[in-house]
Design a protein around this ligand. Structure first.
Ligand code: ATP
Ligand code: TPS
Ligand code: MG
Ligand code: MG
Ligand code: MG
Length: 324
């Protein structure tokens, strides 16, 4: 590194290519990756069926710098993408990250962000093989992950059949409860707020579900009801959840009590925990998954729908962008 780069405080002082070096030095690449960052493309082997997924995180929309550490944002950026590979029953192989960054961003911010990226990538078993960088007013992060299903077909949203059991693995309502706390200026309960800052994706659960013969699967990014709605639509079925089946975690209950809200609202309508939600033939629900309902035939007049105790849920079903 030049003296310019060792002394630089902001990424504007440092410059584009030294910043790329800072981000990409000392990466360990698995044998499947023959060319990592540094050339015009990365090169790697895919042995089975290939998967590609991408999700963006935008400052002010997905995170605030005042709420989350740079490392949290690094963790979250990788985790939300790995959750989509998991939700197809796949295994991640390679990842590219594109960053839009303001010039006055401290270099330390990017270093700490990359610590989160590296830690989450290691947890999920994916290699960073490249990316892109541009100036921007607000921080914008776009991650793309390439994965594989090792010759087995991917688990789609469209495979649920009447008579199947609906089950989930992972946290529900934690991140939404954390968001509600942060929006009101609180930093506790810590477990809920930390879940909003960076989700705990149940890595391995998607592959476990695929091994158990899951008929459909999705990760809960927007909200359980909204995301199960995608399974209902794609599969042409009705899904009926049993509210008595949900065990509501203590941090979610604590936020609900403090805000005088229904804790079930966080569980059913809250996103960003990236739990896996899947359907299975009876008797095939794997260990560690919680049964929450049943797949039923659609009523022709109503069409695909997600019900709670046989009724339509009156509250929020999940996050959608572009709403005022
Ligand atoms: N700009 C786009 N161009 C092409 N396809 C898109 C675009 N945006 C979304 N899609 C596709 O639409 C489908 C649904 O996208 P969506 O982002 O809702 O899925 P997700 O990543 O599972 O959810 P979330 O974004 O909440 O994590 C995906 O198959 C996605 O690839
Ligand atoms: C500052 C701030 N305000 C609001 C939220 C809540 N939020 C944003 S995007 C999203 C759904 C998933 O996004 P996507 O569908 O883009 O993957 C949710 C629940 C947040 N995380 N940070
Ligand atoms: Mg998406
Ligand atoms: Mg998804
Ligand atoms: Mg996603």
């Amino acid at each position: 590194m030049t003296s310019r780069s060792t002394q630089a405080e902001t990424i504007g002082d440092l410059g584009e290519f030294p910043l790329i070096s800072l981000i990409t030095r000392n990466l360990t690449l698995p044998p499947a990756v023959s060319v990592g960052p540094g050339d015009d493309c990365a090169a790697y082997l895919i042995n089975g069926s290939a998967l590609t997924t991408t999700d963006m995180l935008i400052e002010g929309v997905h995170f605030r710098r005042s709420w989350s550490s740079p490392a949290d944002i690094g963790h979250k950026s990788v985790a939300v993408n790995l959750a989509d590979v998991e939700a197809m029953g796949g295994t991640p192989v390679a990842m590219v990250i594109s960053l839009g960054l303001p010039a006055d961003l401290p270099v330390t911010w990017v270093k700490e962000f990359m610590t989160g990226v590296r830690e989450e990538a290691e947890l999920g078993g994916v290699a960073l093989v490249g990316g892109d960088m541009t100036g921007a007013r607000d921080i914008s992060i776009s991650v793309t992950v390439i994965g594989e299903t090792a010759g087995r077909g991917p688990i789609l949203r469209s495979g649920a059949r009447p008579g199947d059991i609906v089950a989930v693995c992972g946290r529900l309502g934690w991140a939404a409860a954390g968001l509600a706390a942060l929006l009101r200026g609180f930093r506790s309960p810590r477990a809920a707020v930390d879940s909003q800052r960076a989700p705990k994706v149940p890595y391995g659960a998607g592959r476990q579900a695929a091994d158990a013969g899951a008929t459909a699967m999705i990760d809960v990014s927007d909200g359980l009801l909204a995301d199960l709605g995608h399974i209902a639509e794609a599969s042409g079925v009705a899904i009926d959840l049993d509210s008595a089946r949900f065990t509501i975690a203590e941090p979610v209950q604590a936020v609900a009590a403090a805000l005088n809200a229904d804790p079930l609202g966080f569980v059913l309508g809250g996103g960003e925990d990236h739990a896996m939600a899947a359907t299975f033939e009876p008797g095939k629900v794997p260990e560690g998954w919680d049964v929450i309902g049943q797949v039923r035939q659609i009523n022709d007049e109503v069409g695909p729908i997600v019900l709670v105790d046989g009724q339509e849920w009156e509250g929020e079903k999940g996050w959608t962008h572009f709403h005022p």
